[in-house]
Design a protein. Structure first.
Length: 183
């Protein structure tokens, strides 16, 4: 009788597998969460999900905890602290660890494509949510408060700090750079 193979799987692989599984269900759920190994600084993995009530959830490993960072089970459109904030179909995220701590009081920013609210939101490491760009459904370049998106579904941070947005409903890739949204 042959014995099965036994392998050690790196935490990075575990994080990627968990992230992919969570990303597959994120379109149906509305709360942001972050995975942070206990005793370590910084964020390791971010996704969207509606979690069971309570601040933490175990993932089958004693060194892995999932915490609700921002949002609530009910969809909506509200900036604010942690669970007071509301998203409606947050389907894209990007993490920027070069975020300006002096301007926002956080060293890490999580950008969220809040699709059905037609906005790009920023979640601080503390869980505070603010709208970065977008106001109403539509198409408009310009200052963040005047820019308009239509169902943005993806965001990515470039090495120079520019934020690229997949503006799905407008069939365009947009960029937020130097305080302006452009196509």
């Amino acid at each position: 009788m042959k014995r099965g193979l036994q392998r050690n799987v790196s935490p990075k692989v575990v994080a990627i597998v968990i992230f992919v599984l969570l990303a597959a269900i994120q379109a149906w759920w509305w709360r942001a969460f972050v995975w942070r190994p206990p005793g370590k600084g910084g964020m390791s993995m971010v996704s969207m999900s509606q979690l069971p009530p309570g601040p933490k959830m175990e993932l089958g490993r004693p060194d892995v905890h999932v915490e609700t960072l921002a949002g609530a089970p009910d969809p909506g459109d509200a900036d604010g602290p942690g669970r007071d904030a509301r998203f409606d179909a947050p389907v894209g995220i990007a993490v920027d660890t070069r975020y300006d701590a002096t301007a926002r009081g956080s060293r890490t920013a999580i950008y969220v494509a809040d699709s059905r609210n037609h906005r790009i939101r920023v979640v601080s490491e503390a869980g505070d949510v603010t709208t970065l760009a977008g106001s109403v459904e539509g198409y408009a370049d310009g200052p963040p408060g005047e820019a308009a998106f239509r169902y943005p579904c993806g965001v990515a941070v470039a090495p120079d700090g520019s934020l690229y947005v997949a503006d799905t409903g407008n069939h365009r890739i947009r960029v937020v750079r130097n305080g302006r949204v452009a196509t």
